[in-house]
Ligand binder design. Structure first.
Ligand code: CA
Length: 97
């Protein structure tokens, strides 16, 4: 899956593969900028899981399934913009997705 810093799949991007749990605080572009509260759009690739607004799986959540793109815009159950703090990736359907 890919997470982008701007809406509509633009800006900085970060890619996750496989299953597991990540806190976005653990990933930085440089010493002054990390991924906490920076995500604006996503593409799920072959993965299913849950986005969270807080670290360690707390706060508001948004389930996601494979082959889906979207913006974190606060609409239709999506997390608000610049709020993503953790991701639990529960299933990896590659290479058959
Ligand atoms: Ca957050």
């Amino acid at each position: 899956m890919v997470i982008w810093s701007d809406a509509n799949l633009q800006g900085w991007s970060i890619c996750f593969v496989g299953t597991g749990f990540v806190n976005m605080t653990s990933f930085s572009v440089n010493p002054f900028w990390n991924w906490n509260d920076q995500a604006s759009s996503y593409g799920t690739g072959c993965l299913d899981g849950i986005f969270y607004t807080n670290t360690n799986g707390w706060g508001q959540s948004q389930p996601f399934t494979m082959k889906t793109t979207g913006n974190f815009d606060g609409y239709a159950g999506h997390l608000p913009n610049d709020a993503l703090s953790s991701i639990y990736i529960t299933s990896d359907h590659s290479p058959n997705c």
